[in-house]
Ligand binder design. Structure first.
Ligand code: ZN
Length: 280
């Protein structure tokens, strides 16, 4: 099923439109999209039975927000595709490279993003949302802790990321609007193989990234295992899972986003993000 955030209200998306969960459930579930993850099993069981019974209304993609808008924790994984390691001149990591994107940088799947300089870059990423509390999870059980998958962009100001004596990954990737996701969360049962999805992005129609998520160095179950060995993962936590080759900073010559550019990010079986870059 497809679940998301329509005008800050928890919504089920069917082929006919959006079903408001609070109305369709007669108040059993509240309107807050983030709260759904706290009762994920109960919510998805209700939704599986009832998603066709509510009134599906047409909606405007511009009114969609991030499917998990206020996570307690956001994890982002660096250098998680061999092709991106190679273009970055780094070795393929033998353990997870983890940083964060602060949730105040979250935004929805459609709209404008304000450029914070002239070295702002794209990173198409599959985003996973945690569906239940996780401590010391085995790799084999990793998918059981995932509520679903959505499309993300890890937009990055390269000048800030690499300024000073030590990298500033969190800051360079957390300008307002730099963490879009959506258009909705797709539960893992919807995919033939949730570990093998086509991913890519275009800038002004030109293909910049194109890969399959099966080429990740660390799979999503491996991330859940390794992260949960250190920290407790909580329902609604968000993981940006890394980007494949084709980022602008690694190109010769380098390419960065400019005012007026249209960035479209897509993942097979989920949908797309569509953003216009604008000057400050
Ligand atoms: Zn990234």
């Amino acid at each position: 099923m497809r679940i998301g955030n329509l005008s800050e209200r928890l919504t089920l998306f069917t082929d006919l439109g959006g079903v408001d969960v609070e109305q369709a459930s007669a108040g059993r579930f509240g309107p807050d999209p983030q709260a759904a993850y706290e009762r994920w099993d109960e919510f998805t069981q209700w939704a599986a039975v009832n998603q066709g019974s509510g009134e599906a209304k047409p909606f405007d993609m511009k009114d969609l927000g991030a499917p998990a808008p206020r996570p307690r924790q956001v994890f982002a994984i660096g250098v998680n595709y061999p092709t991106h390691a190679e273009e970055s001149g780094s070795d393929v990591p033998d353990s997870l490279l983890v940083f964060t994107k602060w949730p105040s940088s979250f935004t929805g799947p459609v709209g404008n993003i304000v450029l914070s300089g002239d070295r702002v870059d794209w990173e198409a990423e599959l985003v996973a949302v945690i569906g239940k509390h996780a401590d010391n999870v085995a790799v084999e059980q990793g998918w059981d802790y995932i509520a679903g998958l959505t499309v993300g962009q890890d937009i990055t100001n390269r000048a800030v990321q690499f300024r000073g004596p030590f990298p500033q990954w969190g800051l360079g990737k957390s300008f307002r609007g730099f963490s879009p996701s959506g258009p909705w969360l797709v539960t893992t049962d919807e995919f033939t193989d949730p570990g093998d999805l086509g991913i890519g992005c275009t800038v002004n129609g030109q293909q910049m990234q194109k890969a399959r998520t099966s080429s990740m160095v660390f799979s999503i179950p491996a991330m859940v295992a390794e992260l949960s060995n250190v920290v407790s993962l909580e329902p609604g936590d968000v993981i940006f899972t890394g980007t494949p080759a084709g980022v602008g900073v690694a190109r010769k010559p380098q390419v960065f986003l400019a005012p007026g550019d249209e960035l479209v990010t897509s993942i097979e079986g989920i949908g797309e993000l569509r953003h216009r870059l604008v000057s400050a």
